[in-house]
Write a protein that binds this ligand. Structure first.
Ligand code: GLN
Length: 193
């Protein structure tokens, strides 16, 4: 298996480190040709407007959309916005998952918070601990899931923070900023499916 991490902006190094801890061959994606022979890619957190602008300049929008028709892609935080069909600001999007997502939905003063969430829908069936420490940094909110998109995790207030449609996975938090590799492992099962 060979994985890529979109390395235009944001915390791509943490995703590369997580994949390498799982002994997965992982490379940075900056150009359309970097997608050749990859089995799946991760789009990191950062600033979705910047990721969209740099992806447009690198002529990566169409190649990423084509890649996502056949392969697994996981977006964390800004990456989840970039993968969405619709957001509340005008910016380049990949439209690969049928969700509406609201940027910076948790207010200006509370830019960052953590909450334990239940990931039993994504955890290994043998794993008895289904709690996961979810870190939200100026996070977006998934405001609508449509079609066959499956919500996978919610906050105590009911807000959806993880969703999946086929091989496209989004989480509005940052598993790459913890030492817990279970969501990276879950994503690798999608890559292999
Ligand atoms: N607020 C950022 C955006 O709108 C996302 C923040 C993040 O990725 N931590 O793109």
């Amino acid at each position: 298996m060979k994985m890529g991490v979109l390395a235009l902006q944001g915390d791509f190094s943490e995703h590369l480190a997580a994949l390498r801890k799982l002994s997965v061959d992982a490379v940075e994606v900056r150009l359309p040709s970097d997608l050749i022979n990859l089995d799946g890619i991760i789009i990191p957190g950062g600033e979705s407007t910047v990721i969209g602008k740099l992806a447009t300049e690198a002529e990566l929008i169409t190649p990423l959309q084509e890649f996502g028709k056949r392969h697994a892609i996981w977006g964390t935080c800004a990456g989840s916005i970039f993968l969405a069909k619709y957001t509340n600001k005008q910016q380049p999007l990949l439209h690969l998952i049928d969700i509406e997502i609201e940027r910076n939905a948790f207010g200006r003063q509370i830019h960052s918070f953590q909450e334990m969430i239940d990931i039993s829908s994504m955890a290994d069936k043998k794993d008895l601990n289904t709690q996961f420490q979810a870190i939200f940094i100026r996070a977006p909110m998934i405001s609508a899931v449509k079609g066959d998109v499956k919500p996978l995790a919610v906050l105590a207030n009911g807000a959806i923070v993880a969703a999946q449609q086929g091989k496209i996975l989004v989480t509005t938090f940052h598993p790459e900023l913890t030492d817990d590799l279970r969501l990276h492992q879950y994503f690798l099962t999608l890559v292999n499916s």
